[in-house]
Design a protein around this ligand. Structure first.
Ligand SMILES: *[C@@H]1O[C@H](CO)[C@@H](O)[C@H](O)[C@H]1NC(C)=O
Ligand SMILES: *[C@@H]1O[C@H](CO)[C@@H](O)[C@H](O)[C@H]1NC(C)=O
Ligand SMILES: *[C@@H]1O[C@H](CO)[C@@H](O)[C@H](O)[C@H]1NC(C)=O
Ligand SMILES: *[C@@H]1O[C@H](CO)[C@@H](O)[C@H](O)[C@H]1NC(C)=O
Ligand SMILES: *[C@@H]1O[C@H](CO)[C@@H](O)[C@H](O)[C@H]1NC(C)=O
Ligand SMILES: *[C@@H]1O[C@H](CO)[C@@H](O)[C@H](O)[C@H]1NC(C)=O
Ligand SMILES: *[C@@H]1O[C@H](CO)[C@@H](O)[C@H](O)[C@H]1NC(C)=O
Ligand SMILES: *[C@@H]1O[C@H](CO)[C@@H](O)[C@H](O)[C@H]1NC(C)=O
Ligand SMILES: *[C@@H]1O[C@H](CO)[C@@H](O)[C@H](O)[C@H]1NC(C)=O
Ligand SMILES: *[C@@H]1O[C@H](CO)[C@@H](O)[C@H](O)[C@H]1NC(C)=O
Ligand SMILES: *[C@@H]1O[C@H](CO)[C@@H](O)[C@H](O)[C@H]1NC(C)=O
Length: 867
């Protein structure tokens, strides 16, 4: 009884402050399969490729690998995927048939390869600029691109494929000759370059809810993506290790490159290699193989979001919104933790604090706001609760090995967990979002606990025991094999649930009109990128947590996870006023912008602060909103070209070795460099501006003062300083009218910022659609290119067949570093005189000029000339 009470109190405490009870038994390499594999690969059989079995089958090279006494045979396949720059290695044990779930939904077709030559000890294949030599004994593959050796598979002959009842494990070493840094393998609270692991545990990819976490640690957190990029001035290559199971990775920086050693708890090996040759190309190749299934996110998701753990009632939610309005602070949504539910039961409402959820959502809709609620896969095991009754009757839960439903600790007490891998289960889950079941017409979802989190299960790191069973279309799969993708499946089915709800009342012929769902997830793996935003978890109100948010989100961005942010202000702890303001200034430049704080700290919405602080926060928010057309365009380009949205400097300046370790500055697209102040008491700061003598950077928060891209610049700093630079040569479209919501700004005109380069030229793009439905699939959008040269701005459609009639006009242009003495403006060769109402003016210091009161229609190509 006493013990039970203690445990219950502990659970409640953990839930309330979302600090997981300190798990003392986070597993080390030695506690898992990793220990044996890492220290004694000699204990495992070596394999050689039997050259006489090599053949080309359906565009893949195939062959048999055998161990020394010939008692064990593995099937090898090596192929080019989609592009010559990408190759894929697959090795499987013939005795174990791969079954069930496919984890690479975006897999594209294989390319024709050319069989170049075969000797007694090797085979050479080729495709375009790529060539691979596959050696027999020891088995090894050298990848060449543009005649340069870019990666060597199994160079140190440490490959292991062990498939038997004592547990399946595979391991492989991959070397990157010439590489000086490696990046990727998120998520962890550390700097962007990965470290050598010879004096520590390897990097671990295993989703766990660590609760509060420390910075500068390589510990695994709630999300995992096994993509890695090896970089040098002359070459970027990389790989994606496609396994949903636990993975450990050793890294060793050497004088001639970087060696990696991957170990995974799974029965087949599928690794895709990117040959770049640049960082940008390698990043795109990694996203390309996972495919795209969705367009840009719903526009409001790019605005500012307010959360706390938790707003307690309908009145509190409305009060938050009213206070934002009264203080002229933009806001899109209010977020609720699980206490909106009836006693922790998903798909219910607490009848005392949320007696009329429909009316609440209607009121929010009238103010162009939405509600975001937390949902998890954990279903309270209470008889009479409809979800539990149905899920247990239909066997929709994850099971114990003996077939009974697994029960674990959750914030509601005891829970069973939906088995989202199974089709029938996911179909059921989707149906729970129907308006008939759940009063949820103007709300979107935050997924938590999908690591999965099991409270009080310290021995298993507060997650599922590995031996639990997922029945997928009738076939049992051990949780061990699927752990890291449980959260991605939850994201997918939740997206589908919201989409099905949004289809409500829309005739089948007009499905494009359904609104896009907005899902945010704490936990994810490699596949959530097309469906959800994510954040860096339960951070802390401290400077080091603000600082680490940039490398964390940069690492996510490189591996294809577009929408990342950190809880602005920190989740636990109390931020100083200075930290609070700096966090709003910095957070405005990460893709996902949400403030969130714990239950046990004082309220800290921006309107709670004194006027001077409120003013700075408002300025940060307004600068975010002004740039939403830029963010939206970058998302669209990312979806269709696989480019990263936020980037480390070396993404665009790969030859500049000084950029390789910079992770406190980011590029937003190629054109905006952001170097926010993330330290206390700063009166001067150094910013690294790349690109050399021919690159110009304009400080937008300091009168467009121009700097050359020649490295470190020292800037004077006060509390209003946010170093943000536009790149000379870019054209940036903004909406500068301050508004309280994205919706209220829909019809506001655009201002084009034309930032001239050393040749007085600039170019840019703008993507516009209706911001919320799927009609872009119906080619209802505009993707516009702008070019400025010889004092003329021209516009043209980049995709001719697309058209959209709802776009706002461009009324203003700002030319940064302008030509002198411009007096006349011509539109399509016709003089716009003073009667047409336009005005031309220069800033006092001459750094920029404005032409105002234009009316340029984005649908029609135009030429605007300044003379
Ligand atoms: C793991 O095991 C190896 C070999 O048994 C040992 O050398 C190493 O110190 C252990 N590591 C830790 C962190 O305990
Ligand atoms: C290699 O494969 C050929 C063809 O299947 C087979 O006859 C031969 O015995 C194999 N060699 C070894 C060493 O396994
Ligand atoms: C599993 O395979 C490894 C290596 O092939 C072997 O050493 C081990 O004894 C096997 N275990 C079982 C239970 O068969
Ligand atoms: C990069 O390539 C250039 C020219 O090919 C060469 O001079 C330089 O040494 C290379 N740098 C590195 C780090 O490999
Ligand atoms: C593949 O590499 C070539 C250089 O050999 C490059 O021109 C091309 O853009 C790359 N393609 C992709 C999609 O990465
Ligand atoms: C099945 O296994 C679970 C978890 O180990 C255990 O609690 C339960 O009692 C078992 N049920 C049966 C019928 O053996
Ligand atoms: C959880 O389940 C266990 C085992 O059935 C039971 O002893 C305990 O009372 C339950 N706890 C709660 C909070 O319902
Ligand atoms: C899924 O549901 C259908 C229809 O109820 C049923 O026929 C089928 O057996 C179910 N599949 C599994 C694997 O339970
Ligand atoms: C959180 O920040 C506070 C200071 O604000 C510090 O005392 C505490 O140690 C930090 N906790 C962690 C886990 O970083
Ligand atoms: C909501 O958006 C509409 C435009 O769709 C705008 O007219 C209205 O003023 C906005 N209302 C609020 C409260 O922002
Ligand atoms: C814009 O032009 C209209 C006439 O076309 C004029 O009435 C208005 O005053 C002008 N506005 C500005 C800011 O110049």
């Amino acid at each position: 009884m006493f013990e039970f009470t203690i445990r219950k109190v502990t659970f409640t405490f953990c839930f309330l402050s979302l600090l997981l009870c300190n798990v003392r038994s986070w597993k080390t390499c030695n506690d898992t399969f990793c220990g044996t594999l890492r220290k004694s690969p000699e204990g495992y059989p070596r394999y050689t490729l039997n050259i006489s079995t090599v053949q080309i089958v359906k565009d893949s090279l195939t062959g048999k690998l055998t161990n020394h006494d010939g008692s064990h045979t593995l099937q090898l396949s090596y192929s080019y995927i989609g592009l010559p720059n990408i190759t894929r290695l697959e090795i499987s044990d013939e005795s174990k048939k791969p079954q069930g779930v496919s984890f690479l939904p975006g897999t594209t077709g294989k390319n024709q390869l050319r069989f170049l030559r075969q000797t007694a000890s090797s085979v050479t294949i080729e495709n375009g600029n790529a060539r691979s030599i596959i050696y027999s004994d020891p088995f090894k593959i050298e990848n060449y691109f543009n005649n340069k050796l870019v990666s060597v598979i199994n160079k140190n002959d440490r490959m292991v494929v062990q498939v038997n009842s004592s547990g399946d494990v595979v391991a492989l070493d991959v070397s990157f000759p010439g590489a000086v840094q490696v990046y990727g393998l998120p998520l962890r609270a550390d700097n962007l370059p990965l470290r050598t692991t010879s004096n520590s545990d390897p990097y671990r990819l295993f989703n766990v809810n660590r609760g509060q976490y420390k910075v500068k640690s390589i510990d695994s957190l709630h999300s995992s993506v096994a993509s890695l990029f090896a970089h040098s001035q002359n070459q970027t290559s990389g790989l994606f290790w496609n396994s949903p199971a636990q993975i450990w990775v050793d890294i060793a920086h050497g004088t001639n490159g970087i060696d990696t050693f991957f170990m995974a708890e799974t029965y087949s090996l599928q690794v895709t290699f990117f040959h770049g040759p640049t960082m940008e190309e390698a990043v795109k190749q990694n996203s390309f193989i996972k495919g795209n299934f969705n367009g840009p996110p719903v526009y409001f998701s790019l605005g500012y979001h307010q959360s706390r753990n938790s707003y307690a009632s309908e009145n509190e939610v409305l009060d938050v919104v009213n206070q934002f309005d009264a203080n002229n602070l933009p806001l899109e949504s209010v977020w609720l933790d699980t206490n909106y539910m009836d006693q922790g039961k998903c798909f219910t409402w607490n009848s005392i604090n949320f007696p009329n959820p429909t009316a609440l959502q209607d009121q929010l809709a009238k103010k162009n706001r939405t509600l975001i609620i937390t949902i998890g896969p954990d279903i309270k095991t209470e008889n009479g609760y409809f979800v539990h009754d149905q899920a247990s009757a239909k066997r929709f839960y994850v099971q114990n090995p003996n077939g009974s439903d697994y029960v674990g600790g959750c914030s509601a007490g005891n829970c069973s967990y939906l088995n989202h891998f199974d089709y029938n289960t996911s179909e059921y889950y989707v149906s729970l979002f129907s308006l008939a079941t759940f009063k949820a017409k103007n709300l979107h979802v935050l997924l938590e606990s999908t690591e999965p989190t099991v409270l009080g299960n310290e021995q298993q790191e507060n997650t599922f025991p590995p031996e639990l069973i997922h029945n997928i279309e009738g076939l049992p799969h051990a949780h061990r094999e699927l752990h890291n993708v449980y959260s991605d499946y939850d994201v997918l089915v939740t997206h589908n649930g919201l989409f099905a709800r949004n289809l409500n009342g829309i005739p089948p012929s007009e499905v494009f009109k359904a609104e896009r769902p907005f899902v945010t997830t704490r936990s994810h793996s490699a596949y959530a990128m097309n469906y959800a935003s994510t954040f860096t978890g339960n951070n802390n109100a401290s400077w080091d947590h603000l600082q680490i948010s940039f490398p964390m989100c940069l690492s996510e961005s490189l591996v294809g996870i577009r929408s990342c942010g950190a809880n602005v202000g920190g989740f636990s702890g109390i931020p100083s006023d200075e930290l609070y303001q700096r966090w709003y200034q910095a957070g405005a430049w990460l893709p996902f912008y949400r403030a969130h704080f714990a239950a046990d700290v004082p309220r800290r919405e921006p309107y709670m602060y004194v006027e001077s602080i409120k003013t700075r926060v408002r300025k940060a928010l307004q600068q975010r909103y002004a740039h939403l057309p830029v963010w939206y365009t970058l998302y669209w380009e990312s979806v269709y070209t696989f480019s990263a949205i936020i980037r480390p400097l070396f993404y665009n300046y790969p030859n500049d070795a000084a950029t390789f370790t910079i992770d406190q500055q980011i590029l937003v697209g190629a054109n905006i460099l952001v170097a926010p102040v993330m330290k206390p008491g700063v009166i001067m700061t150094s910013v690294y501006l790349p690109g050399g003598e021919s690159e110009i950077w304009y400080n937008i928060n300091d009168n467009y003062k121009a700097f050359r891209g020649t490295g470190l610049k020292v800037l004077n700093i006060n509390m209003d300083s946010v170093p943000v630079f536009y790149r000379g040569g870019s054209i940036i479209a903004r909406k500068d009218t301050p508004r309280l919501t994205t919706q209220a700004a829909v019809n506001d005109p655009y201002t084009l910022y034309i930032c001239l380069d050393i040749n007085n030229k600039a170019e840019g793009t703008l993507y516009v659609d209706d911001y919320k439905t799927h009609s872009y699939l119906n080619l209802e959008y505009l993707y516009i290119g702008f070019v400025f040269e010889d004092n003329s701005l021209t516009s043209f459609k980049l995709i001719e067949s697309a058209d959209y009639d709802g776009a706002a006009p461009i009324t203003d242009i700002v030319v940064v570093n302008p030509p002198a003495n411009i007096l006349k403006v011509y539109l399509n060769e016709e003089r716009l005189d003073s009667q047409s109402g336009i005005s031309v003016s220069y800033s006092e210091n001459g750094n920029f000029m404005k032409v105002r009161n234009l009316s340029l229609n984005l649908r029609e190509s135009f030429k605007l000339t300044l003379l």
